[in-house]
Ligand binder design. Structure first.
Ligand code: FES
Length: 648
């Protein structure tokens, strides 16, 4: 029997002469892409034959050890590939020893890079897969039903289990579809369990939607399940904001109004439907082409989105209605995508630490770090902190409030065109320069600024810059003795710093950062700092080896500014990384790789939740952490900057 070796996996074995290379690969456990299942119509199964004597393997691999080139192959291989010994694996039969290289694009379990705030490499292995089959037409001698015929073909060709279920609505049209398609159909299978779609002919397109439902913002990613690429990104304000700004006020709304939960549930489902429609329209497609949806959210948003009574999460002992990952039919939730599509939600860790933090964890994978002490902070309306490594991982949740996202700040706004995203204050003149989203130049070089407000990264920058230049003191109070028109008393008589004069704005009034705004940032950063210190103590960690800043605006945070205001304990700035919306990334990974769902279930069980707000000295520590960067804790890595603070 001929020996066949597949590279780069190195799998080798003996195969019967006359076996095609696609079947040989399957027999040896090598996954080659084959959308058409080997009927020579998709062109996805390309491989390259390496020729010569390979001493290491003891084989002489030659082109003549393969069956002759078929005309079908020229439809999918260009001249260069043919000259380079490429073949379609389903067309080439083994006649002698062969060394076969499977190129990246033909590998079934492909590694794909997700390009977001950070490059993330993952295995493309979605729950939804399409399989092309050609069946024998029904005859009087063969009494199998249409459904049995499909299941038999899937089993014979792709090794799928015979126990596959048909989603009921799919059965209704089945007899018509298979006959009109002359028994050549593409079957979409979810999770190797359920047939959710049967389409005539060969169909490759497969869309999925990942949605990150934040308390304030909903971010959505339309992905190609076949290539792993993100096709469209879109976002909107969470339409539930009209029922309350934070999770507690939404729980209260649900408790105080008989139809409160129903209304808020309908609002978010409507929002998801709007995003799905808007995003598919951009590609001239329809939402019915979306075959799976994954959702992440905090625990309260999860309960409301799934229509589960949320009030018990809001009061001690903060019990969730359900913590497990869910698989729910989109139609049961009212999500208007493909009628048989599944909606997968990641699991809850504990209380307020919800599926969104699990998303952050499976994206950042601190549990794979063997030794070093990693910290991952997800900054949103609620702040979630994870500290640890493969040995032990702790998490906590802090009530940061929405200040760092721009809410509760007088001129705060979402990260959108016109928002100030970076700020510098000259310590000599106390003059401001800033950069707004959508424009490359900085003000004052920027002639017509048209500023609308300040977004999260700008808010952190402005506080750090005001502190560095001595405009606000360590306590957060303004130094009103400074001689600058920008440092003044506002209409309410309270101190403020004018960041943009009225003629630089599109709102026709001065955009100022007020004493109240500084205070709101202090409350948020103090909550994060105290939470992280408790976790470090419980782990016996003196120092952090790295800090990852995640959050919808996370990729734009200036890490030096964040440390200067004391958002997290001291760490070498070279090891502080801002990665953007890691919860959204985790959501996409769960959509594109079922392995990540298993990882999520395991880590949600393993991470230890610590309730920090009930610690006896919490208030005392909170007060100490209000100062910039902290009233007593040291920050050796930024000492050189702190030494110059407030000194002109
Ligand atoms: S598997 Fe489709 S052409 Fe080979």
């Amino acid at each position: 029997m001929p020996t066949v070796i597949f590279q780069p996996s190195g799998r080798r074995g003996l195969v019967d002469e006359g076996t095609n290379l696609l079947d040989a690969a399957r027999q040896l456990g090598v996954d080659i892409e084959s959308v058409c299942g080997g009927v020579k119509v998709c062109g996805k199964c390309k491989i390259k034959i390496e020729t010569g004597f390979f001493e290491k393997f003891g084989i002489d691999s030659r082109l003549s050890n393969l069956s002759a080139f078929l005309p079908d192959e020229t439809d999918y291989l260009n001249e260069e590939e043919i000259a380079d010994n490429y073949r379609l694996s389903c067309c080439a039969e083994v006649l002698g020893d062969l060394l076969v290289f499977v190129p990246e694009e033909s590998r079934g379990a492909k590694q794909v890079v997700l390009e977001t705030g950070k490059e993330r490499v993952f295995n493309l292995n979605p729950a939804v897969r399409k399989y092309y089959i050609e069946m024998q037409a029904a005859t009087l001698e063969d009494h199998r039903s249409d459904a049995e015929r499909i299941k038999d073909a899937l089993n014979a060709k792709y090794g799928l289990p015979r126990e596959l279920n048909f989603d009921y609505p799919i059965l209704r049209d089945l007899p018509t579809i298979v006959r009109e398609a002359h028994w050549k159909v593409t079957v979409t299978v979810w999770n190797r369990q359920e047939i959710i779609l049967v389409e005539p002919g060969l169909v490759q397109r497969s869309l999925g939607l990942a949605v990150d439902v934040g308390t304030t913002t909903v971010a959505a990613y339309l992905c190609d399940l076949h290539t792993g690429q993100v096709l469209v990104v879109d976002s909107m304000m969470n339409p539930q904001v009209r029922y309350g700004e934070d999770v507690l006020s939404r729980i209260t709304y649900a408790m105080m109004n008989d139809d409160g939960l129903e209304k808020m549930h309908a609002a978010i489902i409507d929002g998801i439907n709007t995003l799905a429609r808007r995003m598919t329209e951009k590609l001239d497609l329809t939402p019915e082409l979306i075959l799976e949806v994954t959702l992440v959210f905090n625990t309260v948003m999860q309960h409301i989105a799934l229509g589960i009574e949320p009030s018990h999460i809001g009061r001690s002992p903060f019990t969730a209605g359900t913590k497990e990952a869910q698989n729910i039919k989109a139609r049961d939730l009212g999500i208007k995508v493909w009628k048989a599509a599944n909606v997968h939600t990641l699991p809850v860790e504990a209380g307020f630490v919800g599926p969104d933090n699990v998303g952050v964890l499976i994206a950042e994978e601190p549990y794979k770090e063997p030794e070093k002490m990693r910290m991952v902070i997800d900054i949103g309306t609620n702040g979630e902190i994870d500290i640890g490594n493969a040995k032990r991982l702790l998490c906590t949740s802090c009530a940061t409030g929405p200040a760092l996202e721009g809410a509760q700040i007088k001129f705060g706004m979402r990260a959108a065109p016109g928002a100030i995203e970076k700020v510098r204050v000259d310590p000599e003149t106390l003059e401001a320069s800033y950069k707004i989203i959508g424009r490359d130049e900085w003000y004052p070089e920027l002639k017509k600024a048209d500023v609308k407000g300040i977004c999260g990264s700008g808010i952190i920058d402005v506080v750090a810059e005001l502190f560095k230049s001595g405009i606000i003191q360590k306590s957060g109070r303004f130094n009103m003795k400074l001689d600058s028109p920008r440092v003044r008393k506002g209409e309410d008589g309270r101190p403020e710093y004018v960041l943009a004069w009225a003629d630089e704005t599109s709102i026709g009034k001065d955009i100022a950062f007020t004493q109240g705004d500084v205070r709101a940032v202090q409350l948020a950063k103090s909550a994060l700092y105290v939470g992280s210190r408790y976790l470090m103590e419980k782990l016996g960690a003196q120092n952090l080896d790295s800090v990852t800043l995640a959050g919808a605006f996370g990729s734009y945070i200036d890490k030096e500014s964040a440390m200067l205001i004391g958002m997290f304990p001291d760490c070498d700035l070279d090891n502080v990384l801002a990665v953007g919306n890691a919860a959204g990334d985790g959501d996409k990974l769960a959509l594109l790789d079922v392995g990540k769902r298993e990882e999520a279930a395991r880590i949600a069980r393993e991470v230890e939740f610590v309730e920090t707000a009930i610690e006896p000295d919490f208030q005392e520590r909170f007060a100490a952490a209000m100062a910039f960067p902290h009233s007593t804790d040291k920050f050796p890595h930024i000492e050189h900057i702190l030494a110059k603070v407030g000194k002109k």
